[in-house]
Design a protein around this ligand. Structure first.
Ligand SMILES: CC(C)(COP(=O)(O)OP(=O)(O)OC[C@H]1O[C@@H](n2cnc3c(N)ncnc32)[C@H](O)[C@@H]1OP(=O)(O)O)[C@@H](O)C(=O)NCCC(=O)NCCS
Length: 434
């Protein structure tokens, strides 16, 4: 089904009024207007503690993110091209859900409020405005990646995707995986943009929590985005199968240790693999790289084969943390979009302080894993806060854990039945920031 273009939707009237009462103007920013785009880019960069952007960086930002809805908050009255005191951008993307399916979601990014206008309720007005706009457009889920884990719970978001950051001592880890077939070749940075996009597009649906990318993201990974620091140090290797098809791609950077040339560090910027062979070949390339002692990789799944392919799995240390945050806006549409792992028939109540997802439904999952939600006035057998529902939505968090945390109510038997249904056979993951 075609999804709405977020740029064309009207501003939320409630947030407009709330900000106006405090002396602010809330308005959409025209990214095609050079002066407005420059001012918006500058505000966002400053909000994220970045430096002033060069003309080239501004052009890159505009081209890469022009498909999004840009909203700014300004000191009123604001002239055209004025620098916003707050920024937010959003678009309708696709989020992968259990069962190799996808759900349309309202992606939110670039949330900043100037340090000079902080804690005046501007972020709250912007976030609530985004959620109302998304809900009015019929988008069932919202999502974001976050700078701090303390900001978004109050709007009903919860961490649904945890990821692992790895530090690998390559000599200790060693390689104990299979002999690898296929071929690895270095690819130039310009050509890598398309390879990254193609491989990502083919792999993302298999893993709940992954989202569709955009060309600007691949340009950044490949180091061809204007303004990329030390772009020339970024290297790319692609894996091709016997038919010559690209089935995997690795982008990495090596930092030299000039006191010992055998102790360099390799940073994996991204490693995408569509097949087992591609996965093994690319990781073997990394782990056995000459003159590399240490490997760092970020945003890896919490359940990956790599430790099983090493001689000594203690050569890999993983730190797990929240990454993909989910907010359910429309319970029946969101739940019916994913598949479930076991049949269940339970009356659930969802409690949402902001009202979007409040309600009571009979959740019936058939033997094929398809769910039907029917509104009911029966008494609920399980009660979930909207945050709990967001957390368990992708199947990586157990309801029974949240029951212990007081976020889910119901008998242990009912919650265990829901656990079996909600669990995803594939651990959710998310390999990019958005
Ligand atoms: C985070 C940020 C957007 C908040 O903006 P703000 O306008 O000051 O926030 P508000 O005044 O609307 O605050 C709304 C609520 O969030 C709370 N809050 C705001 N920032 C918070 C933070 N960093 N940690 C915890 N709580 C925070 C406020 O205390 C307030 O709580 P309450 O209304 O529930 O009592 C702003 O501080 C900022 O730009 N930070 C730097 C950039 C950043 O990290 N952006 C987020 C990217 S994911």
């Amino acid at each position: 089904m075609p999804q709405p273009d977020a740029r064309t939707l009207p501003l939320d009237a409630e947030s407009l009024a709330a900000l106006e009462r405090r002396g602010f103007e809330y308005r959409l920013v025209d990214s095609t207007d050079p002066a407005s785009a420059r001012a918006y880019t500058e505000a966002e960069s400053r909000g994220f503690l970045g430096g002033e952007n060069t003309e080239e960086e501004i052009a890159e930002f505009r081209e890469a993110l022009g498909y999004r809805r840009w909203t700014g908050v300004f000191d009123a009255p604001a002239s055209a091209g004025a620098t916003p005191v707050a920024t937010i951008n959003s678009w309708v993307g696709e989020m992968s859900v259990p069962g190799a399916r996808t759900v349309p979601f309202w992606a939110i990014s670039g949330v900043t409020v100037s340090g000079t206008r902080r804690r005046k309720g501007i972020a709250r007005a912007m976030l609530e405005g985004e959620l109302r706009t998304a809900a009015a457009a019929g988008i069932p889920v919202a999502g974001l990646t976050v700078s701090e884990a303390t900001i978004y719970g109050r709007y009903g978001f919860a961490p649904a995707v945890r990821v692992a950051n790895w530090e690998i001592d390559t000599r200790r880890a060693g390689w104990a995986g299979p002999e690898t077939t296929g071929r690895l070749d270095h690819v130039d940075r310009e050509s890598a943009v398309a390879v990254l996009g193609e491989v990502h597009e083919r792999v993302r649906r298999a893993t709940p929590g992954e989202v569709d990318g955009w060309e600007g993201r691949w340009r950044q990974f490949a180091g061809v985005a204007r303004g990329t620091e030390h772009a020339g140090r970024i290297r790319i290797v692609a894996y091709s199968d016997a038919q010559g098809e690209h089935r995997g791609v690795l982008v990495y950077r090596i930092t030299e240790d000039d006191s010992d040339f055998a102790r360099n560090t390799l940073d994996v910027r991204v490693l995408l693999a569509e097949t087992r062979e591609a996965y093994a070949a690319l990781w073997r390339f990394v782990v056995e790289h000459d003159l590399v002692h240490r490997v760092r990789a970020r945003l890896r799944s919490v359940d990956e084969p790599l430790p099983w392919l090493m001689r000594d799995e203690r050569g890999l240390e993983a730190t797990v943390r929240d990454h993909g945050w989910v907010r359910i806006l429309d319970v029946p549409t969101a739940l019916q979009a994913r598949s479930f792992s076991a049949p269940v028939d339970v009356v659930i109540a969802v409690e949402d302080p902001l009202g979007f997802a409040d309600g009571v439904w009979r959740l019936s999952v058939d033997d094929s894993g398809s769910a039907t939600l029917t509104p009911t006035d029966e008494s609920p057998q399980a009660t979930l806060s909207v945050r709990a529902l967001g957390a368990v939505y992708l199947g990586g968090v157990r309801l029974s854990t949240l029951r212990w945390a007081g976020m889910v109510g119901g008998s242990p038997e009912t919650v265990a039945a829901l656990d079996r249904a909600f669990a995803s056979p594939v651990a959710p993951s998310l390999g990019i920031w958005y």
